[in-house]
Ligand binder design. Structure first.
Ligand code: ADP
Ligand code: MG
Length: 707
């Protein structure tokens, strides 16, 4: 076990590898620094001269950190980040030496040969140009790892014709949309001092950690990130003894390293704890502006994976690595905060008197109700289908949890048209004299709601663990921008502002009551109740995808300049294709494992059984009925396995012949996945019978209880 021998002051290392504001203030000429700040403030374009100076300083700084290369770091529609590295060197001079250079042009614009990234038909391969453009709102950083040190420049990725091919471009557009509308809204309440409204995001990241040597013996984990076979261990998570349990030393040493790496990158890793499932953990940073939070979440995922390797561990980021054991998700905490620090979701002590808050809140109710399909879609990824609605994550039904206090205020408004009081938090009395009594929050928490109000933010809890958090925030920002814009249209033109405001709050609350649910979201009753209310329950990604380019969606996103119809269509195509591809890889991995590892192992075991029967018989006349029964049972399961394997080969092949699109995705879900289960069932039974020494891979128990 590696001992902790290195102690340091976090404040000294925090952000040391980030080209952040204080570095820029120190290193850039004053005029240039001011110009950049102005660009950031006003969202203007940077001129090439200024960019040249910034690029030069950035390079000098990066070289001091050991950087040899730079890269435009971007987020194509693959869910992970992409990069292409260029070194700083110039053509050798006459004396054979090279210079290190980095120009403004190279900083601002890149042109990766990007024809192989998913574009959903936005680009034919013969028009393969794609551009990356510097996003100066997310600071550049130097990443140090086995490849050396690299200057990473966060960029947006667009096609030759300016269409978004990535996660960042629509996110930035949506942040502008909500900023514009939120500024309009707060002006109505007399706020003329705030210059900007930023969406703030704090994502809580769940993950599993297993031993790397064991991981390497599981081809399913290697190829697909989840186990495709595996019988449940004798003990699961029923004792709840892992949740918030004390962190084992091997994991603690790993977390210490992860934190250090993240802090150096300016990621404010704050909270860490064990999660519900054995071997499951969580990391949460302090919230940041949506754009930075999205970038940081990518860094968090990369770092969790990379550092695990150094500790002989493997980080599993899949939504459902082990069937029957809780999977992993992300909680996307979201709020809107002005540049001068006012949180629009802060209810204050007496929310019934806080009309701006009530307007914001009821606009959000409206947005979520009207566009529940889009929110659901934004949390869809292949792995998440295994979690949503499986009593471990929110159901696939979108609803909003408000809590007792706000529910009460809205009920007063709806029934009498007037809210006259707010329920107050009371004292918490423990009954122990030496423990302090303190004020409770006005509302308890609810862990089963997909979209819960938690004090001064909403927590969108449906997200999958390995997915980018960009799209959920794009949707949140845009649908709230729309609700704000519709509210402002009414209020700006009203003769009697107070009356109109009061009516609008009441109208929004009344018309969108159905989306509010404060009860147990995991219960069967809720599924029925939701159906009565007309709320949809979309359990499969394939059925969630169409929400993206309905007429309603196209109108919404085009109105706020977030997506064009072509961009939405392309995303629909990419998602269907991703779905089919991922299931196809899973099917092929199962075929490979069953054919090359499991069937041969089972045959060895049947041979051992048969040998034992013969040996006993020839030695004496003892009873061999147990061996015979086992041999029969194993042979029957072996035959089932082989039949299902052949069938899976057949349907997987059929799937690849269907043209990419909805039809193909539906085929993979309805036909291929079914046969995958048919293959898994006998294999999992075999695992419980066959000699453990002969089983070709570590079991669930080995993986999750012996880290
Ligand atoms: P929990 O009680 O759910 O653990 P925390 O208060 O610890 O909640 O916060 C969880 C996450 O929410 C953290 O990443 C935190 O930084 C973030 N968060 C807190 N306040 C806000 C806010 N106003 N907007 C966005 N995220 C926030
Ligand atoms: Mg939380």
């Amino acid at each position: 076990m590696e001992k902790c021998t290195e102690y340091y002051n976090v404040a000294d290392i925090f952000g040391e590898n980030v080209f952040n504001d204080s570095v820029m203030r120190e290193r850039l000429p004053k005029k240039i620094y001011q110009k950049l700040k102005q660009t950031l403030r006003e969202g203007k374009e940077l001129d090439l001269n200024t960019a040249d100076v910034i690029a030069h300083e950035m390079k000098e700084w990066a070289i001091e950190k050991g950087a040899t290369h730079y890269t435009h770091w971007f987020q194509p529609m693959t869910g992970v980040t992409a990069e292409k590295h260029d070194s700083f060197i110039t053509a050798p001079m006459e004396n054979g030496k090279v210079l290190m250079s980095f120009s403004g042009k190279e900083l601002i614009k890149g042109e990766p040969d990007a024809s192989s990234f998913p574009s959903g038909g936005l680009r034919a391969t013969f028009e393969a140009r794609g551009y990356t453009a510097w996003d100066c709102t997310s600071p550049a950083f130097v990443r140090q790892d086995a490849a050396g040190a690299t200057l990473c420049i966060p960029t947006a990725f667009c096609s030759y014709t300016g269409e978004a091919l990535d996660q960042k471009t629509p996110l930035l557009r949506s942040m502008e949309a909500v900023n514009d509308q939120a500024l309009r809204l707060i002006k109505l309440f007399g706020n003329h001092t705030s210059k900007k409204v930023m969406t703030s995001v704090g994502p809580e990241q769940e993950y599993f950690i297993v031993d790397r040597e064991k991981y390497l013996k599981r081809k399913d984990l290697i190829f697909t990130g989840r186990t495709l076979f595996g019988a449940m261990p004798p003990k699961g998570q029923e004792m709840d003894d892992h949740y918030f349990g004390s962190i084992r030393e091997r994991i603690a040493a790993y977390m210490r390293d992860v934190n250090k790496e993240l802090w150096k990158l300016g990621v404010s890793a704050k909270t860490q704890h064990n999660e519900v499932a054995p071997a499951q953990h969580e990391l949460a940073p302090i919230y940041a502006s949506a754009n930075v939070a999205v970038d940081h979440n990518q860094l968090v995922m990369e770092t969790l994976k990379k550092v695990a390797g150094r500790h002989g561990l493997q980080c599993l980021m899949h939504e459902k690595p082990f069937a029957g054991v809780n999977g992993s998700g992300k909680h996307n905490n979201w709020s809107m905060i002005t540049d001068d620090g006012i949180n629009l979701l802060e209810p204050g002590v007496t929310p019934h008197e806080n009309f701006q808050f009530l307007l914001v809140l009821t606009c959000i109710l409206k947005a979520v109700d009207v566009h529940a399909d889009l929110l659901r879609e934004s949390a869809a990824d292949v792995g998440n289908d295994h979690r949503l609605g499986a009593n471990e994550a929110p159901p696939a039904i979108i609803s909003v949890f408000l809590g007792e206090q706000l529910q009460d205020v809205l009920s007063q408004l709806i029934s009498t048209g007037e809210a006259t009081h707010s329920i107050m938090g009371s004292m918490l009395e423990t009954g122990v004299k030496t423990l302090p009594d303190f004020m409770k929050d006005a509302t308890d928490r609810n862990r089963t709601s997909p979209f819960a109000f938690t004090g001064n933010k909403f927590e969108f809890r449906m997200l999958g663990s390995q997915d980018s958090i960009a799209q959920p925030n794009v949707v949140l920002n845009t649908i709230v921008a729309e609700a704000f814009s519709e509210a402002c249209d009414i209020l700006e033109n009203s003769d009697d502002f107070e009356m109109a405001l009061h009516d609008l709050i009441k109208k929004n609350a009344t018309e969108h009551q159905r989306i509010v649910f404060n009860g147990n979201g995991y219960s069967e009753e809720w599924v029925k109740e939701a159906e009565k209310r007309g709320l949809s329950n979309i359990t499969s990604m394939v059925d969630a995808i169409p929400a993206l380019n309905t007429e309603k969606s196209v109108q919404l996103f085009e109105k706020f300049g977030v997506f064009t119809k072509a961009e939405l269509d392309s995303r629909v195509e990419i998602e269907y294709e991703t779905y089919a591809k991922e299931i196809n890889i899973e099917a092929r991995a199962m075929i490979d494992i069953a054919g090359k590892q499991i069937i041969p192992a089972v045959i060895k075991y049947t041979k051992a059984l048969a040998d034992s029967i013969n040996a006993v018989k020839s030695a004496c006349d003892a009873d061999v009925s147990v061996q015979t029964e086992l041999l029969k049972e194993v042979s029957a399961l072996l035959s089932q396995t082989r039949t299902a394997l052949l069938r899976l080969e057949e349907v997987a092949e059929q799937g690849t012949l269907i043209e990419a699109g909805r039809k193909q995705a539906v085929f993979y879900r309805d036909v291929v996945m079914k046969v995958m289960t048919e293959l898994r069932t006998p294999v999992d039974k075999l695992e419980m019978i066959v000699d453990k020494e002969m089983w070709p891979m570590p079991s669930y128990g080995d993986l999750i209880f012996e880290v």
